[in-house]
Write a protein that binds this ligand. Structure first.
Ligand SMILES: Nc1ncnc2c1ncn2[C@@H]1O[C@H](COP(=O)(O)OP(=O)(O)OP(=O)(O)O)[C@@H](O)[C@H]1O
Ligand SMILES: [Zn+2]
Length: 730
């Protein structure tokens, strides 16, 4: 964007990108007082007022005399060039309309509100004649906030006193009330505070990051579970803050992680700003404005934090970078991990991808020298990695409807005897994955989806995991009408809990599954209670694998390691490897050694062998070879095409038309596979058909896909979605 005017005087034509799906920039006249390039504005569109951003010069395609005027400039820092470039590049890469992407960057409550002030309390220099403990706490709380004001209620809460104490200080003249902007800066983090003493490995990694902090570069920080990756990247955060720049740390399941916030507070003296769905609207508005003005130094967030309007972003950390939740699979299909690298490049910021079990994509980029790899090979402190062993289920005497083998049972009993915790891992929510009629064999399925209904005994309902529909648990077969012959088949965590309570009636059992808690807050509280020793046996789905520290936990039992292996998914092996090693890595993180027992019917399977041997490099080498041989990602490129609509036939016809008119793809040497019914052929009543496009790594895939799909007309209510670099194939 060269030679673009930075400011538009009143009446000057300029181009505005709105969040309406129009597919182009519209021309308007600059408002009274003019406007900056990048300004957030309100513009008239037909009879409505819509949100937009001043994107550049007017396109000049309209009658300039008839241009309407921008209604007003919103009270927010103009969007910076880097962010506008980022949104444009992301839209091009993901083949999404730019307005859809702009929506991701403006999803904040109260953006259109005018400047709002409220009454806040500030220190007035004097101290009251009569000091009490409570009063001292209030003064200290305000000082800790670094000169910013607080509302009376917030101040009382921060100090842990009643509002009467605060009112008393106002009356005594020690606090003054002043009108101040509603959104106040976040407490200052102090990056000059000394960090912990680092191990040699950690210090080496931290120094390498320090040497590269002055511009763009991507690092893979690969450290075994419990090696202290967090401490290493917090050093990079400290360097970034010292340089006066802002840091962003992306975490999966940030809403569940109080521990991370406490660690930051211990390191820098204040908590970072948080951005995720569990944060109140008022806090989201405050954060969004403050990152734009430099009033927030460090943000911890979910993937959407990548779209925040940072004033001067110097570092992006993607923790647990292999985590599948970084891929958004609705609306705009993007991978926050890959897009972090793009944003880092455009911002001249350092990017750190951290994981014990990196994705093969990242491993390969490090292998090819595009990313710099840093290794932490041992756990921090005296602890070793857990000892791992398989339990061969073929040799175990397991009665019907039982999943805990005798070997695993005695191992758990032994740990409980020592007062330690055990974790049983099963990646299946609910009570039983199938409800089957014993008379006719009928399996209860969702009426709107191609999916079996999952029994949730906690809810006393059958639930569809695709669309969330639910129904009572039938006593009579909906197919043959037989009474009382419906039976649950297979285990889910709720059923495993039942078995656990039978085997260890005295033990305190905690089940961690996202659907068992009414709120993220309740789930977070349960996680903290477990960490404090408030349970003997923990039963969990994949949420337990994500970076938690449970100091009393010394034994991990994986109930069914074969669960993900049979899938035809490109990444099935990689996923099983990552998840199992991550879960195992929860054991023995404090002073007592840990052990992980893996129940499997195929202990000779190469993936199971790789999990047990701990020879991770050999695993990645073998995976890399297999993918290279097939030119599959990361050594080739894929795009998924998902067609859907209320009637199957026109959806399939569209798929066939695409497959037959594949010249634009052939021109770049790409191949198209399909159409085929999607593995889940119907969701919410919509029939789904897939095609898969495969291209060589350097091929101009996006341009070809655009040329290929553009001529096709979609019927009523039909959808065509392109998923670049697909992660799931359902
Ligand atoms: N230099 C250090 N000084 C003191 N304690 C440390 C240090 N490094 C790590 N620790 C402690 O070791 C534990 C593990 O560290 P951390 O959680 O950072 O590991 P990790 O590599 O992120 O693990 P995972 O990948 O399993 O989540 C934590 O309790 C942390 O406080
Ligand atoms: Zn359904």
């Amino acid at each position: 964007m060269q030679n673009v005017p930075e400011f538009y005087d009143e009446g000057m034509p300029c181009g505005v990108l709105t969040t309406e799906p129009l597919g182009r920039v519209l021309d308007y006249r600059a408002p009274e007082g003019g406007c900056w390039l990048g300004a957030f504005v309100q513009v008239p569109l037909g009879p409505r007022r819509v949100l937009g951003v001043v994107w550049g010069p007017a396109e000049g395609k309209f009658d300039q005399a008839k241009l309407r005027q921008i209604i007003r400039v919103l009270d927010a820092a103009p969007m910076r060039t880097e962010l506008r470039d980022f949104l444009t590049r992301l839209a091009d890469y993901t083949l999404t309309q730019l307005p859809m992407v702009l929506r991701l960057a403006t999803r904040v409550p109260g953006l259109a509100d005018g400047p709002v002030t409220r009454k806040l309390l500030f220190r007035d220099g004097t101290l009251p004649d009569r000091m009490t403990d409570a009063r001292a706490r209030v003064i200290a709380a305000l000082d800790e906030f670094g000169g910013a004001g607080l509302a009376p209620g917030e101040l009382a809460q921060a100090a842990g006193v009643g509002t009467g104490v605060v009112r008393g200080l106002v009356a005594a003249g020690a606090l003054a009330e002043r009108a101040a902007p509603r959104d106040q800066p976040f407490p200052r983090l102090d990056p000059t505070r000394p960090g912990p003493n680092l191990s040699d490995d950690q210090a080496r990694a931290a120094n390498a990051l320090r040497a590269g902090r002055d511009g763009y570069g991507t690092w893979l920080l690969k450290g075994v579970t419990g090696s202290g990756k967090t401490e290493v990247y917090l050093e990079a955060v400290a360097d970034c803050l010292r340089a006066g720049r802002q840091a962003l740390v992306l975490l999966p399941e940030i809403a569940l992680s109080a521990e991370f916030l406490t660690r930051v507070e211990k390191r820098f003296g204040a908590k970072p700003a948080e951005w995720h769905s569990g944060v109140t609207q008022a806090e989201r508005r405050r954060l969004w404005r403050m990152v734009g003005q430099g009033g927030a130094q460090m943000v911890v967030g979910a993937r959407s934090a990548l779209f925040l309007p940072f004033q001067n972003l110097g570092l992006i950390v993607v923790d647990e970078e292999h985590d599948t939740s970084y891929k958004q699979e609705e609306g705009v299909f993007y991978n926050a991990r890959d897009m972090s690298v793009l944003r880092g490049m455009l911002n001249g910021a350092q990017v750190v991808l951290a994981s014990a079990t990196p994705s093969l994509e990242t491993w390969a980029n490090a292998d090819a020298g595009k990313y710099t790899r840093l290794d932490l090979t041992t756990r921090f402190g005296p602890n070793a990695l857990p000892d791992m062993a398989a339990i061969d289920l073929r040799g175990q005497d397991l009665p019907a409807n039982r999943w805990i083998s005798p070997d695993l049972q005695s191992a758990v009993t032994a740990r409980l005897g020592l007062g330690e915790q055990a974790l049983l891992f099963l990646n299946r929510r609910g009570y039983a994955p199938l409800t089957v009629c014993r008379a006719c064999g009928h399996q209860v399925a969702c009426t709107d989806c191609d999916a079996r209904m999952v029994e949730h005994r906690f809810l006393e309902r059958l639930v569809c995991h695709q669309c969330g529909a639910n129904a009572p648990i039938p006593t009579k077969c909906p197919e043959c009408g037989a009474e009382d012959r419906m039976a649950p088949v297979g285990p889910g965590v709720e059923r495993l809990e039942e078995e656990t309570r039978t085997l260890w009636p005295e033990a305190r059992v905690a089940v961690l599954s996202s659907d068992l808690f009414g709120s993220a807050r309740a789930l977070k509280a349960q996680i903290e209670e477990i960490a404090a020793g408030g349970a003997d046996i923990i039963i969990g789905t994949q949420i337990v694998a994500k970076g938690h520290n449970f100091p009393h936990l010394t034994l991990v039992g994986v109930i069914d390691a074969d669960l993900g292996l049979s899938g035809s998914d490109l990444r099935a092996a990689e996923r099983v490897f990552q998840l199992t090693r991550q879960v195992a890595g929860r054991a023995g993180r404090a002073d007592k050694p840990g052990r992980a027992l893996i129940q499997t019917s195929q202990p000779e399977h190469p993936v199971i062998r790789a999990i047990l041997s701990g020879d991770e490099e050999a695993f990645w080498q073998a995976e890399a070879e297999a993918r290279r041989a097939l030119s599959m990602p990361p050594y080739g490129r894929l795009a998924g095409i998902i067609l859907s609509g209320p009637e199957l036939e026109p959806v399939f016809a569209l798929g066939n038309a695409l497959a037959q008119n594949d010249a634009p793809l052939r021109r770049i040497g790409a191949q198209v596979f399909g159409p085929a019914p999607a593995p889940i052929a119907r969701i919410r009543g919509q029939h789904r058909v897939r095609l898969l496009v495969k291209a060589a790594k350097g091929a101009p895939l996006q341009a070809a896909l655009r040329d290929w799909t553009r001529p096709q007309k979609l019927g009523v209510n039909m959808r065509l979605v392109i998923d670049i670099d697909p992660q799931s194939f359902y």
